[in-house]
Design a protein around this ligand. Structure first.
Ligand SMILES: NC(=O)c1ccc[n+]([C@@H]2O[C@H](COP(=O)([O-])OP(=O)(O)OC[C@H]3O[C@@H](n4cnc5c(N)ncnc54)[C@H](OP(=O)(O)O)[C@@H]3O)[C@@H](O)[C@H]2O)c1
Length: 323
């Protein structure tokens, strides 16, 4: 079958290790199902893998991709849940299973004609969503959903600041935050992305580091070092900073005095449970909100898609389609 595979790692030139071509068909172990992939979306995780972050050289070659939607052997349309873990080992939450893994870390990923996943790792795809839209949900949108719905402590009417408005998680958080009844403020370095953030549902968009009209109840942080200080300074006493990424670097000053004096909560978040993916899918159908798709490429033209992701000049998700 045709697949998009990491065959080498290079932090300076990640796309040098991107190989497109035929690979042996994926095994389907007992208790797993085969999904015929109709659409798969790109994430920064795929670039990290090509840079050698999260994958070890002895795991190569590895089919990339965590996000997919497709059909089972019997034709049932599904969305793939890419967190492979045992809820019982994580106190009811598979994302907290110490042995949790994401598709394309240990098991072959979804940028291929077919992907195998444990039979519990699929959610019915509603007719209202296209395969391309559905393929955007399992990572960036699920991550944003868990940050807002489960981790932030936000209540309807509260204000949330989303840093780095152009990113995949950030665009999802803006659109979801709006339909979940929060007032969304966003920051971006780029004027065009600030305009886009308002179109997506932000009440206002600011330059990074700007003094806000008032302090916020929660911050959605994926940028890291470049925005961390602003995130802490923007919170009201008792506010919550939810962090799921650190694109600009993972080690900003901790500013501990501010954290304890204002009794701030700093909460890490990663991906989401199957139940959260089901709830997100229902929310998307019920509210009509849809993932922003920056560009769509044929699976066989994945190199162009990766070049676009690497350029950083992206608003929303990049999707590969198959058939
Ligand atoms: N934990 C999880 O489950 C999970 C899931 C998905 C993603 N992630 C992580 O979350 C992070 C975000 O990923 P993503 O794909 O959503 O977006 P991304 O493409 O990595 O970019 C996020 C945003 O960061 C801002 N940014 C980047 N470098 C910056 C800098 N030097 N200074 C200021 N702002 C900067 C940009 O915003 P503007 O251009 O608008 O300013 C950009 O749009 C990644 O590190 C990813 O690995 C984690």
């Amino acid at each position: 079958m045709f697949a998009v595979t990491a065959t080498a790692m290079d932090p300076q030139d990640p796309l040098a290790g991107l190989t497109l071509g035929d690979v042996p068909d994926t095994d389907v172990p007992d208790g797993w199902v085969r999904v015929h992939v109709r659409a798969a979306s790109l994430n920064h995780h795929d670039l990290w893998s090509l840079k050698g972050v999260g994958l070890r050289p002895e795991q190569l070659p590895m089919i990339l991709g965590g996000d997919a939607a497709g059909v089972l052997d019997d034709g049932t349309p599904v969305i793939v849940h890419s967190v492979i873990g045992d809820p019982a080992a994580g106190r009811g939450d598979e994302t907290l299973d110490p042995r949790r893994t994401l598709l394309s870390e240990l098991h072959p990923g979804a940028m291929a004609e077919t992907v195998a996943v444990p039979s519990r790792n699929v959610v019915a795809k509603p007719d209202e969503l296209s395969f391309a839209e559905a393929a955007c949900l399992p990572t960036a949108w699920l991550t944003a959903y868990r940050m807002l719905a489960t981790k932030s402590g936000l209540r309807v009417g509260d204000t949330v600041l989303v840093q780095g408005a152009g990113g995949g998680v950030a665009t999802a958080a803006i659109a979801l935050g709006d339909v979940m009844g929060f007032r969304v403020w966003a920051t971006s370095r780029d004027e065009t992305k600030r305009v886009r953030a308002v179109e997506l549902g932000a009440a206002e968009a600011f330059e990074p580091g700007a003094r806000l009209p008032e302090r916020v109840d929660a911050v959605i942080e994926t940028v890291g070092e470049a925005t961390w200080s602003h995130s802490l300074k923007s919170l009201r006493p008792g506010g919550t900073l939810v962090v799921s990424g650190a694109t600009s670097g993972p080690n900003p000053p901790a500013d501990l005095a501010r954290v304890f004096f204002l009794q701030l909560s700093i909460v890490g978040s990663t991906m989401g449970t199957l139940g959260e993916l089901e709830a997100l899918t229902r929310l998307v159908v019920d509210t009509g909100v849809r993932p922003t798709i920056d560009a769509t490429y044929d699976l066989r033209d994945a190199r162009s898609a990766f070049e676009r992701l690497q350029s950083g000049d992206v608003v929303g998700k990049i999707v590969l389609t198959n058939g």
